[in-house]
Design a protein around this ligand. Structure first.
Ligand code: BJW
Ligand code: ZN
Length: 273
């Protein structure tokens, strides 16, 4: 797959990428914050990103939580409210419909917003879709979920969607088993990713002949290593991103544009422009 195609996304570029996907034997799909941008979820890096006004080490590290759990929960409580009001966009929906038709594809997401899961439920319930409803393999959430909490003391993890009262340390959510202050069940810098999830993701990356990489700056590891594993195993990369990333130089095709526009053209049945 050395015939790299990049630059503006022409119909031929889309057709080339569609052909690569159709011929693929195993697809790793890796998504990042960019796929949710058109749903109104802020990305991390770049203009308007979350890290523009906040220092990651003050909010997204275990040390930050030990120092000031109230401040960390204030930020995560705000993000949970923001995300809870968002819905899947055309990019999530096109991907969910395609995954239901491609049992050889595996979705790994760095996102903690749950929007892929909502889109998958919508795809299964869609009466307009005549294809047999096949539940795709579970989504591999590499960095956890905003809507789960974990007790740092006893390790208990549970779903949690209630509003967070972060006015004082005493109003923060507490573990029902041991009374410890609960934390968001997300992966912070310096923490290991969930072992079983990461193992499945690397296995899918090794098996795949194409890695479809959508809306990530591809800077944060080990997630950003997954497409490199597919490449090393002899596969190719298709990238969907309005901006170049460190992966662009090795991508077989770079589709430059927003995921909400590109993915329906790339993945919908008969979706070429
Ligand atoms: C669009 C679009 C549209 C816009 N359509 N696209 C060197 C130095 C220091 C540390 C390290 C190092 N090398 C490796 C590390 C470790 C570190 C790391 O990778 N750091 C790098 C930043 C340098 N990694 C870790 O610490 C990881 N753990 C680990 O390595 O454990 C091993 C270990 C631990 C202990 C001991 C020994 C070994 C854990 C990483 C956890 C990352 N966590 C976060 C927060 C999650 C919780 C939360 O949400 O609050 O995950 S950070 C943040 O970055 C979040 C994201 O999932 C992740 C990736 O960001 P993403 O998704 O790529 O978003 P952006 O904003 O960066 O990019 C958006 C993209 O979308 C852009 O490209 C846009 O162009 C594009 N876009 N609109 C399509 N409409
Ligand atoms: Zn506990």
């Amino acid at each position: 797959m050395a015939d790299a195609t990049s630059g503006p996304t022409s119909p031929e570029t889309i057709r080339h990428a569609r052909a690569l996907l159709e011929a693929a034997d195993g697809v790793l799909v890796l998504t990042g914050a960019g796929i949710s941008a058109e749903s109104g979820v802020p990305t991390f890096r770049g203009a308007g990103g979350l890290w523009k006004d906040h220092r990651p080490e003050e909010l997204a590290t275990p040390g930050a939580f030990r120092r000031d759990p109230r401040l960390v929960w204030e930020w995560y409580g705000w993000r949970r409210e923001l995300v809870a009001a968002c819905t899947p966009n055309a990019g999530h929906r096109a991907l969910a419909g395609w995954l239901a038709r491609r049992p050889d594809a595996r979705l790994c997401t760095q996102n903690v917003d749950g929007l892929h899961g909502l889109a998958a439920l919508e795809a299964l319930a869609d009466p307009a879709d005549s294809s047999p409803a096949v539940a795709p393999a579970p989504i591999l959430e590499l960095h956890g979920s905003l809507f789960r909490v974990r007790c740092p003391e006893c390790g208990e993890e549970t779903p949690h969607r209630e509003p967070i009262d972060a006015r004082t340390r005493d109003t923060l959510p507490r573990c029902g088993s041991c009374g410890g202050i609960l934390r968001p069940a997300v992966v912070w810098f310096g923490e290991m990713l969930p072992h079983a999830v990461l193992e499945e993701a690397f296995a899918a990356a090794t098996r795949a002949s194409v890695a479809l990489v959508i809306g990530t700056s591809a800077l944060v590891h080990p997630a950003a290593s997954l497409p490199l594993v597919t490449l090393e195993a002899g596969g190719g990369v298709i990238e969907v991103n309005p901006e170049p990333s460190p992966l662009s130089a090795t991508a077989a095709v770079s589709l430059r544009g927003p995921a909400g526009t590109i993915l329906p053209c790339l993945l919908d049945e008969g979706g070429t422009r």
